[in-house]
Design a protein around this ligand. Structure first.
Ligand SMILES: Cc1cc2nc3c(=O)[nH]c(=O)nc-3n(C[C@H](O)[C@H](O)[C@H](O)COP(=O)(O)O)c2cc1C
Length: 323
């Protein structure tokens, strides 16, 4: 099975870090359906150094939420070191460094995917992290900065040289953002070039696409991101499909409604009733995407403010029959 440093994982299916999404309720729910390692969303090293309240909330975890990955993003050595000190008081298993975020504001500061333009700097920062981290260190990269500057292999080799334990690669370049084709060829080249485990990311939306990523790249594991939005069942489905089992794709409406309720309850427990319901709006949208006759309900759901109103929406959803 997949090993990241000394950490042995029972499965190679990993829940990706997703900003605004990967909180404790979301991670625990996905674990119940077979995700092994799960990541908290990226955390800026400055916010970590300043021990901001919002950052502490992001880092909230529980004993059931293991193995757990924390991802940091930044480019200043001083703040990276301070962030590592701040992380001493947290329980987690893997420390990932983000060299993949495409957001303009982030790249302008020289962070995230901007580091792909400077693999030597990436190497230097990773060396500092590896030296000061008590946990195995990984990096997440993209295929390159743009279509004319695909340099993932180079960036990956510079990263490996810094002593990291595994590498995550999203098979798109920074210009592509989150659309356009995933470049399986580049992931394959990176996998061939490295001695450490390589985990592929990009369009793992179904068991078939999961298999395609594994088959076409030879990668050691999969990072599931948008495929898990409103669909924690994806982990079970991928596992079954890879074992050639017969799988049922979309669960029955009643089961979806049960999971929606469970997720809403967890959000309310974690954030409190007002914030919890607000946070849940987008999840309800994801759970009900593609369901027939649900449009009016979805529109209404985005406006509800209280727990009881949301319960009412879920009750109505449960009653809906397809067709
Ligand atoms: C809403 C959202 C937030 C994301 N936030 C992060 C993040 O915090 N750190 C990171 O490394 N990648 C982040 N990603 C990228 C995903 O981890 C993943 O690599 C990417 O979405 C490609 O996988 P997919 O095509 O299966 O969604 C984010 C993606 C989405 C959709």
């Amino acid at each position: 099975m997949l090993k990241i440093g000394k950490l042995k994982l029972k499965s190679n299916l990993i829940l990706a870090p997703m900003a605004g999404v990967s909180d404790l309720p979301f991670r625990l729910l996905n674990r119940r359906f077979g995700c092994e390692l799960a990541f908290i969303e990226m955390i800026n090293v400055r916010s970590l150094s300043y021990k901001m309240r919002k950052t502490k909330k992001m880092l909230s975890a529980s004993p059931k939420d293991r193995p757990l990955g924390i991802q940091i993003i930044g480019c200043e050595e001083e703040f990276i070191s301070r962030a590592l000190d701040a992380l001493d008081s947290y329980e987690y298993d893997v420390l990932d460094f983000n060299a993949a975020c495409p957001v303009k504001k982030v790249a302008r500061r020289g962070e995230g995917a901007a580091l792909l333009k400077n693999p030597k700097k990436l190497n230097k920062l990773l060396k500092i992290i590896v030296k000061n981290s008590v946990k195995p260190v990984t990096v997440k990269i993209r295929t390159g900065w743009g279509k004319d500057s695909i340099n993932a292999k180079d960036a990956a080799l510079f990263s490996q040289d810094a002593g990291i334990s595994a590498l995550f690669i999203h098979g798109r370049n920074r210009e592509q953002g989150y659309s356009g084709e995933v470049n399986y060829g580049v992931i394959k080249d990176v996998k061939k070039a490295l001695d450490i485990p390589v985990i592929g990311s990009g369009d793992v939306f179904s068991p078939e696409l999961a298999k395609k990523m594994l088959d076409e790249t030879g990668c050691d594991g999969l990072l599931v991101a948008r495929g898990a939005l409103g669909n924690p069942w994806i982990f079970k489905e991928i596992k079954g499909f890879l074992k050639n089992e017969k799988i049922i794709k979309r669960p029955a409406q009643n089961e979806i409604a049960d999971v929606i309720l469970e997720h809403l309850d967890a959000c309310i427990d974690f954030y409190g009733p007002i914030h919890g319901v607000k946070k849940f709006h987008k999840f309800f949208g994801w759970y009900t995407k593609g369901v027939q006759n649900v449009r009016a309900l979805r529109e209404k759901s985005f406006r509800v403010k209280t727990k009881d109103e949301m319960f009412e929406i879920i009750r109505a959803f449960r009653k809906l029959t397809n067709g």
